[in-house]
Design a protein around this ligand. Structure first.
Ligand code: F6P
Length: 404
């Protein structure tokens, strides 16, 4: 039987992605076994703010929970991007408390990323018991966040698929992917799809380095091919920057957390590379040698940029994210029931629930550039001149913790 909780409200918030329904299902199932009721608070923090006006909420009983399919991406609970502290209503926290009292909800399980987590901290400070189940495809929290693996798999499949059209037209393909200010999804998705070049915000782009790598692989591939076919694939994170530190993205409008909507980095990179090719006599020579050159019509290789956008967050959830999502959903319920609040579930290891203060979990985590040093040894271009790799060797001490 439950200890502290009669009923828990589930909120999913921020950008949706894979694994959220697994969080909902894991939480509902664990709550049921403890005799706790689980209610969906619809549409993120917008629903929380308006809870007091609702006539009824969906109870996740056995039957309703059966309809929550863990492998569907997105969330049956719905989302919004609302920062509670920004709501222009001085009574907002009292209004939220009234809503929770109305439905006898004693705690909240909230799944989301850094912005959502900042509201978890805020609500906990206002005396509302809440636990954070980490979710974001951007993977920029200190913990793993559900949705990352699903999005990386999507990116890898899209990039791999685009090679067929790229090779058919001998085009250079640039795929711009979500990930906000961090490069995790571009990095891991690009590696998974054997991308030639991966550009991430953590490494300012040196166009000369990209161009030299592109020329080497692209020209060699086409000239070595018996049908003179080849492509070169660049995966670019939407938040990528130049050597002056500025985003290439054109940006358009801001959300309630103050984030600019990024977009356009791929187009900018295409423009720069086209300019370099136009001024390069070796490219003209290559076009002639490969039999592609047509004066006034086809003088330099074509480049296309593709923005899969929300597709990388949609559709299905990876098996890894279903496992992790269920784990953190159930763990979040247990933490709430044990009276713990204002924390983020890290993972379940050897049957124990690991957690940390949400204020620490939401500190932004960028790609570790030491890992890039290592991956450069496989001659992936990361938009800079590759330095010689100094091998770092670390014998494992003690047993390996949770190898899977
Ligand atoms: O934070 C998740 C994310 O998918 C980012 O990678 C992306 O920049 C943003 O959300 C897009 O936001 P929206 O769903 O509001 O268009």
């Amino acid at each position: 039987m439950g200890k502290k909780m009669a009923n828990i409200g589930i909120i999913t918030s921020g950008g949706d992605c894979g694994g959220l329904n697994a969080v909902v299902r894991g939480a509902a199932k664990a709550a049921m076994l403890r005799g706790i009721g689980t209610y969906i608070i619809p549409n993120g923090y917008a629903g929380l703010y308006n809870l007091v006006d609702f006539n009824n909420l969906v109870l996740l009983d056995e039957e309703r929970t059966d309809h929550v399919n863990s492998s569907f991406a997105g969330s049956d609970a719905g989302h919004s991007r609302v920062k509670i502290s920004k709501i222009a209503d001085p009574e907002k926290y009292d209004r939220i408390l009234m809503g929770l009292r109305k439905f006898n909800i004693n705690g909240l399980l909230i799944s989301g990323g850094d912005d959502t987590g900042s509201v978890v901290v805020d609500l906990a400070e206002h005396g509302i018991p809440c636990v954070h189940a980490p979710k974001t495809m951007d993977l920029d929290l200190q913990t793993y966040s559900v949705g990352g693996d699903s999005s990386i798999n999507k990116i890898a499949n899209i990039v791999d698929d685009l090679k067929t059209t790229g090779t058919t037209h001998n085009r250079i393909m640039i795929i711009e992917v979500f990930g906000r200010y961090a490069g995790h999804t571009a990095f891991r998705g690009g590696i998974a799809a054997d991308a030639d070049c991966i550009l991430i915000p953590e490494i300012p782009v040196d166009f000369n380095a990209v161009y030299a790598h592109l020329k080497h692989y692209y020209i060699r591939r086409i000239l070595n091919s018996d049908v003179h076919a080849g492509t070169y694939v660049i995966v670019v994170a939407e938040g990528v920057r130049g050597e002056d530190g500025k985003h290439f993205s054109e940006g358009a409008g801001k959300d309630s957390f103050g984030h600019v909507h990024l977009g356009g980095a791929g187009r900018y990179i295409r423009g720069r590379l086209e300019e370099m090719m136009r001024g390069d006599p070796e490219i003209k020579q290559f076009m002639k040698t490969s039999g592609m050159y047509v004066p006034g019509v086809f003088e330099i290789p074509e480049i296309r940029e593709v923005i899969p956008s929300h597709i990388v967050r949609s559709g299905s959830t990876s098996a890894y994210d279903v496992n992790f999502g269920k784990e953190i959903g159930a763990a979040g319920v247990i933490l709430l029931d044990e009276g713990v609040s204002g924390v983020t579930v890290v993972k379940v290891c050897n049957g124990a629930i690991r957690y940390m203060p949400t204020s620490e979990a939401i500190v932004q985590r960028m790609v570790n550039v030491d890992d890039i040093d290592f991956y450069e040894q496989m001659d992936v271009c990361f938009g800079r001149v590759r330095e010689p790799y100094e091998a770092k060797l670390e014998p494992q001490e003690g047993p390996v913790e949770r190898p899977m």
